[in-house]
Design a protein around this ligand. Structure first.
Ligand SMILES: [Zn+2]
Length: 182
Protein backbone atom coordinates (compact mmCIF):
# COMPACT_ATOMS: atom_id res chain seq x y z
CA UNK A 1 0.00 0.00 0.00
CA UNK A 2 2.81 2.39 0.91
CA UNK A 3 4.61 1.59 -2.34
CA UNK A 4 1.50 2.42 -4.36
CA UNK A 5 1.06 5.76 -2.59
CA UNK A 6 4.69 6.71 -3.13
CA UNK A 7 4.53 5.70 -6.79
CA UNK A 8 1.44 7.85 -7.33
CA UNK A 9 3.08 10.75 -5.52
CA UNK A 10 6.15 10.37 -7.74
CA UNK A 11 4.04 10.51 -10.87
CA UNK A 12 1.74 13.38 -9.96
CA UNK A 13 3.92 15.54 -7.71
CA UNK A 14 6.49 17.90 -9.24
CA UNK A 15 10.01 16.68 -8.40
CA UNK A 16 10.89 19.83 -6.45
CA UNK A 17 7.94 19.42 -4.08
CA UNK A 18 8.09 15.64 -3.81
CA UNK A 19 10.35 15.12 -0.81
CA UNK A 20 8.74 18.01 1.06
CA UNK A 21 5.31 16.53 0.46
CA UNK A 22 6.29 13.07 1.71
CA UNK A 23 8.09 14.52 4.71
CA UNK A 24 5.10 16.53 5.83
CA UNK A 25 2.87 13.49 5.27
CA UNK A 26 5.19 11.48 7.52
CA UNK A 27 5.16 14.19 10.19
CA UNK A 28 1.37 14.30 10.08
CA UNK A 29 1.05 10.52 10.59
CA UNK A 30 3.59 10.55 13.45
CA UNK A 31 1.77 13.35 15.21
CA UNK A 32 -1.50 11.44 14.85
CA UNK A 33 0.01 8.50 16.78
CA UNK A 34 1.72 10.58 19.47
CA UNK A 35 0.45 14.17 19.67
CA UNK A 36 3.02 15.39 22.18
CA UNK A 37 6.11 13.28 22.62
CA UNK A 38 7.98 14.64 25.66
CA UNK A 39 11.71 14.30 26.22
CA UNK A 40 12.48 11.56 28.74
CA UNK A 41 15.46 11.60 31.05
CA UNK A 42 16.55 9.16 33.73
CA UNK A 43 15.03 9.93 37.15
CA UNK A 44 18.41 9.85 38.89
CA UNK A 45 21.15 12.36 38.24
CA UNK A 46 24.19 10.15 38.70
CA UNK A 47 25.47 7.36 36.46
CA UNK A 48 22.77 4.73 36.18
CA UNK A 49 23.43 1.28 37.52
CA UNK A 50 20.63 -1.19 36.93
CA UNK A 51 20.18 -3.87 39.58
CA UNK A 52 17.07 -5.52 38.14
CA UNK A 53 15.86 -5.22 34.57
CA UNK A 54 12.36 -5.05 33.15
CA UNK A 55 10.47 -8.34 32.84
CA UNK A 56 7.16 -7.78 31.08
CA UNK A 57 4.26 -9.61 32.74
CA UNK A 58 2.26 -11.70 30.25
CA UNK A 59 -0.98 -10.24 31.60
CA UNK A 60 -2.02 -7.79 34.26
CA UNK A 61 -1.92 -10.32 37.10
CA UNK A 62 1.12 -12.34 36.00
CA UNK A 63 4.51 -12.32 37.65
CA UNK A 64 7.21 -10.14 36.19
CA UNK A 65 9.11 -7.01 37.02
CA UNK A 66 7.07 -3.95 36.09
CA UNK A 67 10.00 -1.57 35.76
CA UNK A 68 13.70 -1.37 36.44
CA UNK A 69 15.58 -1.07 39.71
CA UNK A 70 18.28 1.57 39.62
CA UNK A 71 20.91 1.68 42.36
CA UNK A 72 20.29 4.75 44.51
CA UNK A 73 21.40 5.70 47.99
CA UNK A 74 18.84 6.47 50.67
CA UNK A 75 17.73 10.12 50.35
CA UNK A 76 18.96 10.33 46.75
CA UNK A 77 16.91 12.95 44.86
CA UNK A 78 14.38 11.52 42.39
CA UNK A 79 13.34 13.58 39.37
CA UNK A 80 10.43 13.43 37.00
CA UNK A 81 11.46 11.57 33.84
CA UNK A 82 9.46 13.96 31.65
CA UNK A 83 7.06 16.84 31.80
CA UNK A 84 3.71 15.80 33.24
CA UNK A 85 1.19 15.91 36.05
CA UNK A 86 1.37 14.06 39.35
CA UNK A 87 -1.61 11.68 39.40
CA UNK A 88 -0.80 9.72 42.54
CA UNK A 89 1.29 10.18 45.63
CA UNK A 90 0.85 7.93 48.62
CA UNK A 91 1.74 4.61 50.18
CA UNK A 92 1.31 1.27 48.43
CA UNK A 93 2.18 -1.84 50.47
CA UNK A 94 3.90 0.42 52.99
CA UNK A 95 6.14 2.13 50.44
CA UNK A 96 5.89 5.67 49.14
CA UNK A 97 4.90 5.86 45.47
CA UNK A 98 4.67 8.79 43.06
CA UNK A 99 3.03 8.43 39.64
CA UNK A 100 3.35 11.08 36.91
CA UNK A 101 1.19 11.12 33.76
CA UNK A 102 2.93 12.50 30.67
CA UNK A 103 1.35 14.17 27.61
CA UNK A 104 1.89 11.08 25.40
CA UNK A 105 -0.36 8.98 27.67
CA UNK A 106 2.55 7.16 29.33
CA UNK A 107 2.75 7.29 33.11
CA UNK A 108 5.92 6.73 35.11
CA UNK A 109 6.07 5.38 38.65
CA UNK A 110 8.73 5.90 41.29
CA UNK A 111 9.14 3.93 44.53
CA UNK A 112 10.09 3.76 47.36
CA UNK A 113 10.15 7.51 47.76
CA UNK A 114 9.23 10.23 50.19
CA UNK A 115 7.13 12.52 48.01
CA UNK A 116 7.97 16.19 47.58
CA UNK A 117 4.93 16.80 45.36
CA UNK A 118 1.14 16.72 45.58
CA UNK A 119 -1.44 15.16 43.30
CA UNK A 120 -2.34 17.48 40.43
CA UNK A 121 1.01 19.27 40.48
CA UNK A 122 2.60 19.96 37.10
CA UNK A 123 6.23 18.97 36.71
CA UNK A 124 8.83 19.69 34.08
CA UNK A 125 11.40 17.12 33.03
CA UNK A 126 14.06 16.75 35.71
CA UNK A 127 11.99 18.43 38.41
CA UNK A 128 12.46 17.04 41.90
CA UNK A 129 9.55 14.83 42.95
CA UNK A 130 10.93 13.13 46.04
CA UNK A 131 13.79 11.21 47.61
CA UNK A 132 14.56 7.51 47.91
CA UNK A 133 13.30 6.23 51.25
CA UNK A 134 13.01 2.58 52.25
CA UNK A 135 13.68 -0.69 50.45
CA UNK A 136 12.18 -2.17 47.32
CA UNK A 137 11.70 -5.97 47.50
CA UNK A 138 13.46 -7.01 44.29
CA UNK A 139 16.73 -5.24 45.12
CA UNK A 140 16.76 -5.38 48.95
CA UNK A 141 18.97 -5.30 50.91
CA UNK A 142 20.56 -2.97 48.34
CA UNK A 143 19.07 0.50 48.13
CA UNK A 144 17.43 1.33 44.83
CA UNK A 145 14.77 3.26 43.01
CA UNK A 146 12.13 1.21 41.21
CA UNK A 147 11.19 3.11 38.05
CA UNK A 148 8.17 1.87 36.12
CA UNK A 149 6.36 3.02 33.00
CA UNK A 150 3.07 2.07 31.45
CA UNK A 151 0.51 3.07 28.91
CA UNK A 152 -2.87 2.33 30.50
CA UNK A 153 -2.52 -1.31 31.65
CA UNK A 154 0.49 -2.17 29.49
CA UNK A 155 3.82 -1.99 31.24
CA UNK A 156 6.76 -0.67 29.23
CA UNK A 157 10.50 -0.86 29.74
CA UNK A 158 11.26 2.64 31.04
CA UNK A 159 14.83 2.44 29.74
CA UNK A 160 13.44 2.40 26.21
CA UNK A 161 11.95 5.85 26.80
CA UNK A 162 15.50 7.17 27.05
CA UNK A 163 16.46 6.38 23.47
CA UNK A 164 19.33 4.25 22.15
CA UNK A 165 21.18 3.95 25.48
CA UNK A 166 18.06 2.69 27.12
CA UNK A 167 17.72 -0.26 24.77
CA UNK A 168 20.91 -1.86 26.11
CA UNK A 169 19.85 -4.90 28.07
CA UNK A 170 20.80 -5.83 31.60
CA UNK A 171 24.27 -7.32 31.95
CA UNK A 172 24.88 -10.39 34.13
CA UNK A 173 25.21 -9.64 37.81
CA UNK A 174 28.61 -8.26 38.77
CA UNK A 175 28.13 -4.65 39.62
CA UNK A 176 25.30 -3.87 37.28
CA UNK A 177 25.15 -1.84 34.14
CA UNK A 178 26.47 1.67 33.76
CA UNK A 179 25.11 4.39 31.58
CA UNK A 180 26.43 7.90 31.20
CA UNK A 181 24.15 10.51 32.75
CA UNK A 182 21.40 11.59 30.38
ZN1 LIG B 1 11.52 -3.15 40.95
Amino acid sequence: MTIVVIAIAAIFTPVAGDSRGLASERRASESAVSPVRPVYRAPLGADLRMLTGFDAPVDRYAAGHRGVDLAAAQSAPVRSAATGTVVFTGAVAGRGVVVVLHPDGISTEYEPVTSAVRSGQRLVVGELLGAVHGRHPSCAPASCLHWGARRKETYLDPMELLGPLGTVRLLPWGGGQHFPPS
